[in-house]
Design a protein around this ligand. Sequence first.
Ligand SMILES: NC(=O)c1ccc[n+]([C@@H]2O[C@H](COP(=O)([O-])OP(=O)(O)OC[C@H]3O[C@@H](n4cnc5c(N)ncnc54)[C@H](OP(=O)(O)O)[C@@H]3O)[C@@H](O)[C@H]2O)c1
Length: 342
Amino acid sequence: MRSLVLHKTDKGKKYSDLFRIEETSLPELSDDEVLVKVHFASLNHRDLWIAEGAYSKIRLPVVLGSDGAGTVHSAGKNVKNFFRDDKVLIYPCRNWGESEDFQDRSFQILGMPDNGTFAEYVRIPQSALYKIPAHLDLSMASAFPLAGLTAFRALYTKAVLKKDDTVLITGSGGGVSALALMFAVASGADVFVTSGSEQKISKAVSLGAKGGVKYNNREWSKELLSLTGNKIDVIIDGTGGKFFSDFIEIGSYGARIVSYGATLGYPDRLDLHKVYWKQLKILGTTMGSAADFRGMLDFISDKKVVPVIDNIYPFDEFCKAFDRMGNSEQFGKIVMKINTGE
Ligand SMILES: NC(=O)c1ccc[n+]([C@@H]2O[C@H](COP(=O)([O-])OP(=O)(O)OC[C@H]3O[C@@H](n4cnc5c(N)ncnc54)[C@H](OP(=O)(O)O)[C@@H]3O)[C@@H](O)[C@H]2O)c1
């Protein structure tokens, strides 16, 4: 089978120097595992962070990729509910643990240390396989797992989104943000965005956002408050950095601020007076439990949510896919077509 193998990590190097598509042997299955033929896999920023060496305990060589949709190829002898050619979606968390509130210390994500979905076949425990919502094809389905799960838990499990909430989703072009936008709009909330470009703000508005501002405008927070009528009940953010101090300023009394990432690093100040006086809730979140994943799939089926797919690249053009994310050019999920067949 063909696999995209990461051999070394380096921030400054071209992706073609770090990864190679190679022939590798088919993984051996245990009794509870399924061999999934990966039709489509989507990228997450995690894949770039790992290639850049930004994580600790990176094991090489490795096949990255946390998101994939495909068909069942074969199965271990204890697998009773999945049959050859069944279409399946992969839950990317491993060892979430017993609590719905947080993951176990042994928590892992598919695609490092275990080999992931950037390969023609991947072995997956049967408990991590789900049927695909009927209105989605395999390319659409592959856009959801990691980013959709993160967005869903942030909005519903953590912020407990209500219909009359005004929601700010920062960096609307990102994979998690674009799916958060789709979910929040489907819930009937008033959604506003920030982004690095006017085109991405227009795209967000075409998908149901009420408006947005460019985060690189000096007065972005004032502009935003005038658009929302000074009401921001929920903030869903993966960028952090200096913006996080602004969220404390602009959140309404009782606002829920959910942090799922820190692409820009950490804030250098946090006005604690405003945190307690406005009774803000600052909530951290990471991916989600199997119950969150099930909840997301039910929500997607119920509301007929379709993901925002930026581009689908042939497997051999993986460098273009990685470059597009590295340059923040995308709006929504970047997908690679791994196997032919759909
Ligand atoms: N905790 C978790 O479970 C979890 C799950 C998924 C992701 N994450 C983290 O969340 C972050 C986003 O992940 P992703 O996969 O959605 O990445 P992505 O698709 O590459 O999105 C990058 C995001 O960063 C924004 N951005 C880029 N430059 C910026 C700048 N100078 N100022 C403000 N925003 C900027 C982009 O906004 P525009 O394109 O609109 O300008 C976009 O929203 C990453 O740090 C990732 O590691 C965490």
